[in-house]
Design a protein around this ligand. Structure first.
Ligand code: GDP
Length: 296
């Protein structure tokens, strides 16, 4: 189920509940079951969905609600709050400060949109007056440096990389050192990905992270990966200190569930979403407006 359909299904379930003359246990259960089905079809993890259902039932105790209470409103609010809670790990991520050098390392599988997102992130900050720089520590994929170079040149952002050097740790360290000397305040390290979660990839991420000591590690995830999101995000989190998530390709046939699972697996917030291939197709992510929009 794609994201727009998920919103539609939840809204319909709420509407059906609103249409009922009396809101009793059965009406509430029907509504919650409908929402549960929609979330599962959108690839939200079963465990998360069940937790949500239990929480709502705890909050909305129909017997305790006096006749005067607006039960519909209370149920709707509880559902809204629970959806927000699923997307909000409860603590903000590290936020770089303009004028103070920060190192931000990007991790994610090949094809997730990591390299594109590095440039988008740099470009977004550059427009706000930052001095970003890009380091290509992806020595695994042929053409990775060219891609980063091309993007960086287009956005007029300084970059560092090598066609010859095969050690990603060496390049990452050299790049970070150079841009610190040049007083860049946002040094972005693009790392290599693989098609699969492999031991070698995670070991490499660990080494690059240890050598560059990033202030923030961002996990980049393709929104269409569905059920695989939880395990993938968790595997990265176990190797490096993932502190934030960026979900890409939200313009496509996005299944919203992956984002919810990635937040749960990394206990980190989604900070931006990618909404297209172009440099400026990039949006700050805010939980409440997102859930409001989802519910229509
Ligand atoms: P990497 O292997 O993770 O570095 O992935 P790339 O940055 O090379 O991206 C893989 C493909 O996804 C490229 O064709 C990108 O243009 C595309 N892409 C990245 N982000 C988005 C997005 O938000 N929306 C869409 N539609 N395409 C994207």
């Amino acid at each position: 189920m794609v994201l727009a359909e998920l919103g539609g299904s939840i809204s319909r379930a709420l509407q059906q509940m609103s249409n009922a003359t009396i809101i009793d246990e059965k009406v509430l259960n029907d509504c919650l079951n409908e929402i549960t089905r929609a979330l599962l079809q959108s690839d939200v993890q079963f465990k998360l969905v069940r937790e949500m259902q239990t929480n709502i039932k705890k909050i909305v105790n129909l017997d305790d609600l006096a006749a005067g209470h607006n039960k519909r409103k209370i149920i709707q609010q509880a559902i809204f709050n629970e959806l927000c809670k699923m997307l909000d790990p409860g603590k903000p991520s590290f936020t770089p400060k303009k004028g103070k050098p920060s190192v931000v390392m990007f991790v994610g599988l090949q094809g997730s949109g990591k390299t594109t997102t590095c440039t988008k992130y740099a470009y977004y900050h550059q427009k706000k007056g930052w001095k970003p720089a890009l380091v290509c520590a992806d020595t695994f994929r042929a053409g990775a440096f060219d891609q980063l170079k091309q993007n960086a040149t287009k956005a007029k952002i300084p970059f560092y990389g090598s066609y010859m050097e095969s050690d990603p740790v060496k390049i990452a360290v050299e790049g970070v050192e150079r841009f610190k000397k040049e007083n860049c305040d946002l040094i972005i390290v693009d790392t290599s990905g693989r098609h699969k979660q492999e031991v070698a990839l995670f070991e490499e991420m660990r080494q690059v992270s240890e050598a560059t000591k990033p202030d923030l590690v961002i996990f980049v995830m393709d929104s269409s990966i569905g059920q695989a999101a939880f395990d993938q995000a968790q595997a990265f989190k176990q190797s490096v200190a993932v502190g934030a998530v960026i979900v890409t390709k939200m313009d496509g046939h996005a299944k919203g569930g992956g984002a919810l699972s990635a937040v749960a697996a990394t206990k980190s917030p989604v900070i931006f979403i990618g909404t297209g291939e172009h440099m400026d197709e990039f949006e700050v992510f805010d939980v409440k407006p997102f859930v409001s929009r989802l519910l229509g």
